[in-house]
Design a protein around this ligand. Structure first.
Ligand SMILES: [Zn+2]
Length: 130
């Protein structure tokens, strides 16, 4: 932090990202990813876009260690993907998954309730998921 907050270590190299900090400070409508790409901090736009994602995840603060911040974002993404596979009410992962059937052939099988895709075996909460 402090006045050197725009220095960022990326893959072992420390970069001066004062331009990025300027964009953040002035809230300019300039693409951070493009700036990084043009400054050759990243040699492809995909990595540069990932940096912008990490930046957002890091509350628009340039992380001192990019790779560490990237890992935190990836962990977070894995976590939120996992959380979809647990009950939204009690968090249980003991779920019953309904098979989605096409309606016309199963008009008589309402008993098996095709209304829900998942049912929690712990608290009986039901929900849909794509
Ligand atoms: Zn539950």
């Amino acid at each position: 932090m402090g006045k050197n907050k725009y220095y960022c270590r990326i893959n072992g190299t420390i970069y001066n990202l004062s331009k990025v900090q300027d964009i953040l400070d002035k809230k300019e409508n300039q693409s951070i990813a493009l700036t990084l790409y043009e400054d050759r901090v990243f040699d492809n736009i995909v990595d540069a876009n990932t940096f912008e994602e990490v930046l957002k995840f890091n509350h628009n603060q340039i992380p001192a260690d990019y790779n560490e911040a990237l890992k935190r974002l990836q962990d977070h993404n894995v976590q939120s993907r996992r959380s979809k596979l647990s009950c939204p009410r009690c968090g249980s992962t003991n779920l019953y998954k309904y098979k989605r059937m096409s309606a016309p052939n199963y008009v008589c099988s309402d008993y098996y309730s095709r209304e829900y895709d998942y049912r929690c075996e712990s608290c009986n909460c039901k929900w849909k998921m794509d």
